[in-house]
Design a protein around this ligand. Structure first.
Ligand SMILES: NC(=O)c1ccc[n+]([C@@H]2O[C@H](COP(=O)([O-])OP(=O)(O)OC[C@H]3O[C@@H](n4cnc5c(N)ncnc54)[C@H](O)[C@@H]3O)[C@@H](O)[C@H]2O)c1
Length: 246
């Protein structure tokens, strides 16, 4: 039997669609009450998505004030947060770094890296006080390998990995575990931002010869986010179909 998250509150950023939605569905199925943070939270389809989040909040995770305001509301409404999944992210341009605009670079770093710091910085004091927390940061294989033409994204995700390792050590005696996941490419709306060549090159790198499914990520996250994950912190869980070599 998979572990129960009954009675726990889980915040999932970028949970309106794609990987975040799959994670939210899986955590809900394990018994957690799920809070969705996303830029826009209208148009949630309970029938199609299979459940009703306890709360949906319009949050820009690249803004510390927005994150802090939303977290305060969660505590006011629900009293506690056990799980934080930092999933919201953007791909940014697919360009050689010398053509990558500084504005696009700043945005990718803000949404993909600063957001993780902001959400962790906001949630950690509450989790430390309660002596329990599970934080799962969604990095990427790009953060381990460095993928050509998405240098900003690769750098941001490498930053997420290093931040997770550093913060996990700081929290190792506090009952608050931080881990991250490094998925290979999944078929989601994010692909609309990529070129056909980039997609084909990504698939060719995966020994299993197929793309990852969002449900496979969700299953892994549901374990990392629960009490059964008790002696692993600061770790990068790969979902690479055999691609990862370190
Ligand atoms: N799709 C892949 O192949 C793949 C592979 C590895 C890692 N990832 C990572 O997984 C995560 C989810 O990706 P996805 O493919 O589901 O993307 P997606 O574009 O389908 O969904 C991302 C969600 O994040 C939200 N979001 C974007 N910016 C935000 C902000 N500033 N504040 C709040 N919400 C914001 C979007 O509105 C959207 O709902 C990202 O961090 C991405 O980098 C994706």
């Amino acid at each position: 039997m998979s572990q129960s998250l009954q009675g726990q509150t889980a915040i999932v950023t970028g949970g309106m669609r794609g990987i975040g939605l799959a994670i939210a569905q899986r955590l809900n199925a394990a018994g957690a009450q799920v809070v969705i943070w996303d830029l826009a939270v209208d148009g949630w389809d309970s029938a199609a998505n299979g459940f009703e989040p306890v709360l949906r909040q319009a949050v820009d995770v690249a803004s510390l004030a927005s994150v802090q305001g939303a977290f305060a509301q969660v505590l006011e409404r629900l009293g506690q947060v056990e799980i934080l999944v930092n999933n919201a992210g953007i791909n940014g341009p697919v360009l050689p770094c010398w053509e990558y605009s500084p504005e696009a670079w700043d945005k990718v770093i803000a949404v993909d890296l600063n957001s993780v710091f902001y959400c962790c910085r906001t949630a950690i004091p509450h989790m430390r006080e309660r002596g329990y927390g599970r934080i799962v940061n969604v990095a990427s294989m790009a953060g381990k390998d460095g993928v050509q033409f998405i240098s900003g994204y690769s750098a941001a995700k490498a930053g997420v990995i290093a931040f997770t390792k550093a913060a996990a050590k700081e929290l190792a005696q506090d009952g608050v575990l931080l881990n991250c996941i490094a998925p290979a490419m999944v078929e989601t709306p994010l692909m609309a931002e990529m070129t056909a060549e980039h997609i084909a090159a990504s698939k060719a790198k995966i020994p299993m010869g197929r793309f990852l499914k969002a449900e496979e990520i969700a299953n892994m996250v549901a374990w990392i986010a629960g009490p059964e994950c008790s002696f692993t912190t600061g770790f990068v869980f790969d979902l690479s179909g055999g691609r990862a070599t370190y």
